[in-house]
Design a protein around this ligand. Structure first.
Ligand SMILES: [Fe+2]
Ligand SMILES: [Fe+2]
Length: 211
C-alpha cells in the first residue's frame, strides 16, 4: 500500500470514529493508537492484507461490511418481527466493535527479512513480518481488555469482539468454550454481525501479497 493510501485510510478511520462514536474514552484510544503502529501495521503476516497499512484498512472494511449486514439483513428482520432479536443495534456499538475488534494486533507484527527459494532454487530474502506478542492474552480477549483500559464497553460489544473469530479460534477448545460461543451468538445480534463482517471482509475484499 502506498503512503498516500495509508494516510487516506488513517483519515477515514478517524472520521468514522468521530462520526459514530461519542462515548467517553474515544479520544484516549485514538491518542494511544497514534503512539503505536496501528495505522501502518499489516493485518496479518501471510494472509489478508499482509502489507503496511493493512490493519487500519481491514478495520474500516469490517465496519463497512458490518453496516451492510445490519442494514440489509439484521435490521429489516428485526423490524419485521421475524428475527429472534427484537431490539435494534446501536450504530455506535457496531462502530466500536468493528473498528477496534483487532486492536490486539497493535505492536504484534514486526518487520523482518524472510527467506524463500527463487525459480532457480536459490535462497533470496524478502521483506516480511514476524509475530512477537508481548502480552499473549488471547485474540478477541486481548482486544476487549485493551479497549476496556480506555472506554466502558457494553456487554454486547465485549461479546462481539471476544467472539469475532467464531469457530476459527477454538479448534482445540472444549465443550465449555463452544457452549459459551453459541450462547454469545444467542445473546445479541452484534456477535453474528461482527463475526460475519470480519470473515467476509477478510475473504472477499482483502488480497494477500505474495512476496
Ligand atoms: Fe481478529
Ligand atoms: Fe479482523
Amino acid at each position: 500500500m502506498k503512503d498516500i493510501e495509508i494516510e487516506a485510510n488513517k483519515a477515514r478511520f478517524k472520521s468514522l470514529c468521530e462520526e459514530h462514536i461519542h462515548r467517553e474514552g474515544i479520544e484516549k484510544i485514538l491518542d494511544y493508537l497514534e503512539r503505536t503502529d496501528f495505522f501502518i501495521a499489516p493485518s496479518s503476516t501471510n494472509f489478508h492484507l499482509n502489507e503496511p497499512g493493512g490493519l487500519c484498512l481491514h478495520s474500516i472494511l469490517v465496519f463497512e461490511t458490518a453496516c451492510k449486514i445490519y442494514e440489509q439483513i439484521a435490521q429489516p428482520a428485526i423490524q419485521l418481527g421475524i428475527s429472534p432479536f427484537t431490539e435494534e443495534v446501536a450504530m455506535e456499538s457496531i462502530a466500536i466493535s468493528a473498528l477496534f475488534h483487532d486492536i490486539c494486533k497493535v505492536k504484534l507484527y514486526h518487520p523482518t527479512q524472510r527467506w524463500k527459494k527463487d525459480e532457480q532454487n536459490r535462497w533470496v530474502s524478502y521483506p516480511g513480518y514476524e509475530v512477537k506478542d508481548e502480552f499473549p492474552f488471547g485474540h478477541g480477549e486481548k482486544s476487549c481488555l485493551m479497549l476496556s483500559w480506555y472506554m466502558r464497553l457494553k456487554p454486547e460489544e465485549m461479546l462481539a469482539i471476544r467472539w469475532h473469530m467464531g469457530m476459527f479460534d477454538m479448534s482445540e477448545n472444549g465443550t465449555a468454550q463452544r457452549y459459551a460461543y453459541f450462547s454469545a451468538l444467542d445473546k445479541h445480534p452484534l456477535v453474528s454481525i461482527i463475526q460475519s463482517a470480519d470473515f467476509l471482509a477478510s475473504k472477499l475484499l482483502e488480497k494477500t501479497t505474495t512476496y
